[in-house]
Design a protein around this ligand. Structure first.
Ligand SMILES: *Cc1c(COP(=O)(O)O)cnc(C)c1O
Length: 429
């Protein structure tokens, strides 16, 4: 199926849904509002049905009945099973991945350790497409390390992508670490992980990839691409739940060379010996800090199981097809109405969401979410200044969803329905 075969008709979209090998996966999610089209799975994934059962078991039986005994009946090892499954999804070995803390905190731990391990090198490189928390954490590290250190950002020329040459010019022999998002949160630009990792290594620096918008959305192969460090969250395409624990990855050969900046008891060699002097645990475990949030940790595994069962090859294949269909409809229906594509056009350089830009993006988003008449509620999100961000989550997004959304956007603009909303921003967009 290619673009030449697409049709801007609901019958066509329904037929695509009928032929979709992943169509049964939608049933594994709890979807109480059947008239809602959810296109924000890249910010907060849907709730898997199995997760509801697991959380109930964790609260009622493990916490409620077994209480402290539950630590020896599975809680102490709770992150182990989930970490192993996650490692599989991101192409790493189980000794290299651990679920813990938040993405921001894991970034801090690994970036600090990476810079500290290379005395004399004083520069960190990132880019101006990166997620703000990543840049803030790096700015904070620079502030802590002192005035000799600096952060330099490669500047995107088009606001959507970064080319190899621009990044290359930013990295020099003084660069200790390069931190990039594999898939950019706004434009969905996807770096060629292999090529850019190689480039960073040629310059003698370490690379850290933030996989938050990539894991569960695109094929990620950390080991194959010889990646040094990675971090990411589990609440987007992995459906782990709001604020669920994040993860970190450290390449096996690097683990002995890095010293984490936070020495907590869960990263100690024998926490329950209660020794007064810290001794780091072996391997990846030393990057743990304190007691994990069990309620959230237990909720992660069912989401990972669904991704593994569907298979990332299939997930990516459907994501590309849905995205190409969306772009086809955008070109035919929305481009003439003043919309622009805020994402790379080629699937090769794009993750699993698409930004459509319009001067009235915020109010169009509001109208999609709060329709005035009997029609589907459609939930994308808004990213400043003018992006309507459409998350494509192949496990539960259908071709009909995409068709109906584009048709609604057309109606909202033609009828000027968006004019009945104010431009006053909600706290969370
Ligand atoms: C979602 C996301 C984060 C979130 O970080 P938290 O610590 O979970 O708030 C960080 N980085 C990127 C690239 C993201 O997409």
């Amino acid at each position: 199926m290619t673009e030449d075969h697409f049709e801007a008709k609901i019958e066509f979209a329904r037929q695509m849904d009928e032929q979709d090998p992943l169509k049964s996966y939608r049933k594994q999610f709890y979807i109480p509002e059947s008239d809602t089209i959810y296109l924000d799975g890249n910010s907060l994934g849907r709730l898997p049905k199995k997760t509801r059962e697991k959380i109930q078991y964790t609260t009622d039986y493990q916490w409620g009945t077994r209480l402290i005994r539950s630590w020896n009946e599975g809680w102490y090892e709770a992150s182990k099973n989930a970490s192993k499954k996650l490692a599989q999804i991101i192409g790493a070995s189980e000794e290299e991945v651990v679920i813990c803390d938040s993405t921001s905190i894991n970034l801090y731990k690994l970036a600090f350790a990476a810079v500290k391990s290379q005395p004399g090198k004083t520069k960190i490189v990132s880019d101006d497409l990166n997620f703000p928390t990543d840049l803030y954490v790096l700015q904070g590290i620079i502030d802590q390390l002192g005035p000799d250190y600096k952060l330099e950002l490669a500047q995107s020329k088009d606001g959507l992508t970064i080319d190899m040459h621009t990044l290359e010019k930013t990295i020099d022999e003084n660069t200790a670490l390069v931190v990039l998002s594999h898939v950019a949160f706004k434009s969905a630009y996807m770096y060629d992980m292999r090529a850019f990792t190689e480039l960073v290594h040629q310059k003698g620096a370490l690379i850290m990839w933030d996989l938050s918008h990539a894991a569960g959305a695109v094929i990620v192969e950390l080991n194959k691409n010889n990646v040094d460090l990675a971090i990411g969250c589990t609440y987007k395409y992995l459906n782990g739940g709001p604020g669920s624990s994040a993860y970190l990855y450290v390449k096996k050969e690097l683990q002995d060379q890095l010293t984490p900046p936070i020495w907590g008891w869960f990263g100690e060699i024998d926490p329950f010996a209660f020794e007064l002097q810290y001794q780091p645990a072996e391997g990846i475990k030393k990057f743990l800090v304190g007691t994990p949030p069990i309620l959230s940790l237990e909720a992660i595994e069912p989401g990972l199981d669904i991704v593994i069962s569907a298979g990332m090859e299939q997930v990516r294949k459907k994501s590309i097809l849905l995205s190409e269909y969306l772009i086809f409809l955008f070109e035919n229906v929305l481009m003439p109405l003043g919309f622009f594509l805020g994402s790379p056009k080629s699937s090769k350089n794009r993750g699993s969401h698409i930004s459509l830009q319009h001067p009235e993006a915020y109010r169009i988003c509001k109208a999609l979410i709060n329709p005035k008449n009997e029609t589907n509620k459609i939930i994308p999100d808004f990213r400043s200044p003018d992006n309507i961000r459409i998350g494509i989550t192949p496990l539960y997004t259908s071709f009909s969803d995409i068709f109906i959304t584009i048709e609604r956007m057309r109606q909202i603009v033609i009828s000027k329905e968006f004019e009945s909303f104010t431009n006053e921003m909600d706290a969370v967009t």
